[in-house]
Every structure is written in structure tokens, then in C-alpha cells.
Write a protein that binds this ligand. Structure first.
Ligand code: ACM
Ligand code: ZN
Length: 550
């Protein structure tokens, strides 16, 4: 395996300020492709007259071809033309100096791809356009990055054969837009970064105590009241407030725009409508579905809240059904995330409606769970049925596992490994997350005095990189239930796009290797040189990123 050293590549890039110098590609990218085999013979010389070829009439592949052209333009300063072909050129390595994209059923994994580079061209093939898209991501990250406003003369891509496929089918990132509304442009940056890191599932946290961010045509009162809070706490818990109203929500047109943007990048969008907790912004317009009624203001401070949806009133389920009806009309995702985390039970313990429901259902406290926990189980199952009836499946946070759930429910772990182990061994699909390893809102550097004000905790890049979701206690026959890994960008202190990317980068690169590559390929000291090259791409797009790797 011939690997171009990092230093040689930097030297080549640095010498091209005056343009027209030769630079070399390096296939050691993030996430690391599974097999990279150097081939004998000359490589391909990429010049501005290169063409990107795609199967004519296939609009998804045409978009893939345009991605190649755009990315090459971003890295190298020249933009190749694209051209449809009606029959596949003979050589998979491209033809007459082309970058050839081709669908090839022989690539086993539906997100896998093959890249062949020889002197006649570059071939990227995969069983699906998504697989080819990941091949395109590897190609773009292999290319050197020219300084802005300079144009590469030519770039040499050494002859190679690459085969790659992901370890996990679910590779997610959560963005919390409930705490602070982030504009569509910021959400698109988030999605661009997901694509760059081979991620395929955007978990969009759209509702929380401090804001409801999704327009519902049949319930305009929900955003009217719920999308705006009158001010925001200044610190984490102290009672000083900024006096500044904050609000915003995504119109259904915004959502469609984001869904289309994601679809082009082979990213599924899973909306999260958190319930029964984290719902004060809903109670603001629908106090009748709370346990105590009266008046609720959209919350102005952080942390879980005792006011949650009442599980004893039929009107709660009617409203939830109405909301979810519109959510499934908007979002095509097979999965809808219904939250379920941090649903404090103090109100349910004394609410006459909730207590009546507990009696009616014959729920009793035992060693495993209180009656109120079991009431959350009832709530979850009812909501799951609503979504199943509409052809969808649910994901919920790990707390719903304790409350009692159907085997069909997918669990999202967030505290640690016990929930991964217990839910996988109980036959649930589980998405692995851990606040200790992949909550990217935590500080990246120990010297917090030099960092923006954040929620706290300390999570260095090296720790995120060490994340291994497949706990040995997951029985071999249940390992397939661990369907993926996720990173999380919670938003209590992230109120703008620059801070969002700063918190994500470079830890998102570490998350991506936990999602994509095999554990035996994950070596931190080998990751760092790959990451250094990737940061030149972060810089190319002017994404702020944290430089202090401790
Ligand atoms: C969570 O952090 N409350 C899922
Ligand atoms: Zn109640």
C-alpha cells in the first residue's frame, strides 16, 4: 500500500501559491476507507479539462456528478464539466481522462463504493447513488486544498484501488434547534458537514421547553405562542436574565427546503417531537393538556421542567395525534423520534386525571418501576400505535425503555453503555450515544477561560475518538441490534452558526470514525494526521473549529 505522506502533500500544496504547480492526492481521509491498495503504473493527472460522466437520464446521479464538479472547484479552483453517457464506457477507471460515476450491483453494501484510479481516469462505482456519494466524499477529501483564489495547475492522483463500506447503517447527528432557533442557513451548514463526514441521519430536535420550532398549519397557535420566549437566563442556573426576547420557527416551506437539501446529500431527516416532557412551549398554547392547567410561559431557563403533558386526559392524546398527523405529512422518514427523556413525574403523582388513569389501567409500583413510570409506558405505546397506524416507527430516548415499551421501539441511548446492553439484549434496535463521549456541546478544552461560555463538562477530541459502542456485554446474537452511533449538538448555549461549527469540529470527525470504520482500524495517532488534512477543508469553507487538541 503506497501512502503519500502528509508532509509531502503539504509541501506540494504550499508551493502552488503562484498556481500551476503539481500537487498530489492522499487517500488517507476521515473516515478512513476500509481497503486502500496502491496499484502499479501511472496515476491520473487531474486537469481543468477533466469531465465528470454519469448515466444519462438519472437525475440523482446527475446531482452526484454536479457534487463532484462543485467539490473539485472548491478544492482546486477549477470546475469540471459534467456529461451524461447512454452506455457505460468500457473501462471502470474512467475514459479519456474522465471521472466516471457508475452504478454497479456488484458492490455488496448499499452504501459501499469502489474507487479505481489509473492513468486513463477515475472510476467511482457503487450499488446505489448513496454509495457513490460516499465515494465522491472520499475523492474530495483526498484532493489537496488550494489556497483561496488560486487555481491548481494539475493534481496527480496515484493509481489505486479503494473499497469501502460503513460499519453502521445509522450514522446520526442531533441538532437542537429548540433552545435557540438557528436559521436555515446554519442548518444547511450542519448538513454540509454531515455529508463531508459520511453521515446519513439528521436527528432534528425541533421542540423543547424553551421553544417550539415547527410550523403546524392546523395549529398555528402552537408556534404563535410557543416559538417565542420573553428572555433567556444568562448563566447556567443563576437567576439573571438577558431581557431579550428570542424566537423563531421553521415554516413548512423551510422544512421542505431542508428535506430536499438533505435528500440530495443522501441524508434522512428524523424529526424529534419530544413528549411528554420538554413540552412547556406546547403547554404555552395548550394549558388544558397539562396536569395543572392554568398559565404556562415558554421557559426562559435550562434543565428539565416538572410541567409535562398530562397522560390522564384524552385531550392530550387528541392533540398529540393531530400534531403527529402533520409531522408525518411533512417528513417522509420511516422513523419519528418521540423523545421521552427526562419526563419528571411530580405532576403525575398528584394529578387526579393521571392517578385515575393509573387505576383504570391497573398500574402498580413494583421493584422495577413506579406506577407513574408505567404510565409513561402506556403513553409511549399509545403514541407508537398512532405512528404505526401511519406506517411509521418510533425512536425514543433510553428512559422509555424503563417505562416499558414494545419490542418494535428503537431506543436511543444517551447516558452510557447499560442502556445499549439492556435494550439490545432485550431485542430492541438501539442507537448508541453517550453524553460522556459524544455530546459536542461540552467544552473541548480544559482551559475553559479561553472558550466561549458553554454548558460545562469537558470532552476532549481524544475521548470522543475512544468511543466504542459495542459493549462486550451485548450478546453476539444481539449485536445487529446496535444499528448505529450518533453525535449530539445540544443548544442551550449555542445560538449561532459559528459556535455550532466550532463545537462540532473537529470532534465530529472522531464521531464519524466511530460510525464508519472498524474498531481495529481506529488508532488515535493515525487519525490525527488524517484529521490535520481534513482541517484544511474546514478552513476552505471558513468553518470555525477548535484548535486545542488536548
Ligand atoms: C438528553 O440529553 N436529555 C437526551
Ligand atoms: Zn395529569
Amino acid at each position: 500500500m503506497k501512502l503519500i505522506s502528509f508532509l509531502a502533500c503539504v509541501a506540494a500544496v504550499c508551493s502552488c501559491h503562484a498556481s500551476a504547480a503539481v500537487a498530489e492526492a492522499d487517500y488517507n481521509v476521515v473516515p478512513l476507507p476500509r481497503h486502500i491498495e496502491a496499484q502499479k503504473g501511472d496515476g491520473f493527472v487531474l486537469t481543468p479539462d477533466v469531465k465528470v460522466l454519469y448515466p444519462a437520464g438519472n437525475s440523482v446521479m446527475e446531482r452526484n456528478a454536479r457534487f463532484v464538479a462543485e467539490y473539485v472547484g472548491d478544492n482546486l479552483g477549477f470546475t469540471p464539466g459534467i456529461e451524461g453517457y447512454s452506455s457505460l464506457p468500457k473501462s471502470k477507471k474512467g475514459s479519456k481522462g474522465a471521472i466516471l460515476l457508475s452504478l454497479d450491483g456488484n458492490v455488496g453494501n448499499k452504501e459501499g463504493y469502489e474507487i479505481l484510479v489509473g492513468k486513463n481516469g477515475i472510476g467511482i462505482s457503487g450499488a446505489t447513488p448513496a454509495g457513490i456519494f460516499y465515494g465522491i466524499q472520499t475523492l474530495r477529501k483526498s484532493l489537496p486544498v488550494m489556497p483561496r483564489d488560486s487555481v491548481a495547475g494539475e493534481v496527480v492522483l496515484p493509481a489505486v484501488s479503494i473499497y469501502d463500506e460503513p460499519r453502521f447503517g445509522y450514522r446520526g447527528m442531533l441538532l437542537d434547534c429548540g433552545r435557540y432557533f438557528l436559521p436555515v442557513s446554519a442548518v444547511k451548514q450542519f448538513i454540509d458537514l454531515m455529508a463531508m463526514h459520511n453521515m446519513n441521519t439528521f436527528h432534528w430536535h425541533l421542540t423543547d421547553d424553551q421553544g417550539w420550532r415547527l410550523e403546524l398549519k392546523r395549529h398555528p397557535e402552537i408556534t404563535e405562542k410557543g416559538s417565542m420566549r420573553k428572555e433567556t437566563i444568562c448563566g447556567r442556573v443563576a437567576g439573571v436574565y438577558d431581557g431579550q426576547p428570542h424566537g423563531g420557527y421553521y415554516t413548512q416551506e423551510d422544512v421542505k427546503d431542508i428535506l430536499a437539501y438533505c435528500a440530495e446529500r443522501h441524508i434522512n431527516v428524523i424529526p424529534e417531537i419530544d413528549m411528554p416532557g420538554h413540552t412547556v412551549s406546547l403547554l404555552a398554547s395548550h394549558p388544558e393538556v397539562g396536569c395543572v392547567g392554568g398559565h404556562y410561559d415558554v421557559s426562559t431557563h435550562w434543565g428539565p421542567h416538572i410541567d409535562i403533558l398530562c397522560a390522564g386526559k384524552e385531550s392530550t392524546f387528541a392533540l398529540v395525534e393531530d400534531i403527529l398527523d402533520e409531522v408525518v405529512e411533512l417528513f417522509p422518514s420511516e422513523y419519528i423520534n418521540i423523545g421521552g427523556d427526562e419526563a419528571w413525574k411530580q405532576r403525575w403523582e398528584v394529578c387526579p386525571d393521571c392517578q385515575r388513569k393509573i387505576k383504570e389501567l391497573g398500574l402498580a409500583s413494583d421493584d422495577g418501576a413506579t406506577a407513574e413510570h408505567k404510565l409513561q409506558g402506556y403513553f409511549t405505546k399509545r403514541v407508537e400505535k398512532m405512528l404505526n397506524d401511519r406506517g411509521r416507527k418510533i425512536i425514543g430516548w433510553e428512559e422509555i425503555f424503563d417505562a416499558g415499551v414494545n419490542p418494535s421501539t428503537t431506543i436511543m441511548a444517551w447516558h452510557g453503555f447499560d442502556y445499549i446492553v439492556d435494550s439490545a439484549n432485550a431485542g430492541h434496535d438501539v442507537i448508541a450515544g453517550s453524553s460522556e463521549y459524544n455530546y459536542l456541546d461540552y467544552y473541548q478544552r480544559q482551559n475553559t477561560g479561553e472558550e466561549p461560555f458553554l454548558i460545562g463538562k469537558y470532552l476532549p477530541l481524544s475521548k470522543t475518538y475512544q468511543y466504542e459502542p459495542m459493549d462486550e456485554r451485548v450478546l453476539p446474537e444481539n449485536r445487529h441490534h446496535v444499528i448505529g452511533v450518533q453525535g449530539f449538538v445540544w443548544g442551550e448555549f449555542i445560538d449561532n452558526a459559528n459556535l455550532m461549527t466550532y463545537q462540532m469540529l473537529p470532534r465530529m470527525a472522531a464521531v464519524s470514525e466511530s460510525q464508519w470504520i472498524l474498531p481495529e482500524q481506529k488508532l488515535y495517532h493515525r487519525f490525527l494526521p488524517r484529521l490535520r488534512r481534513l482541517t484544511s477543508l474546514y478552513d476552505r469553507y471558513a468553518y470555525p473549529w477548535c484548535r486545542g487538541w488536548e
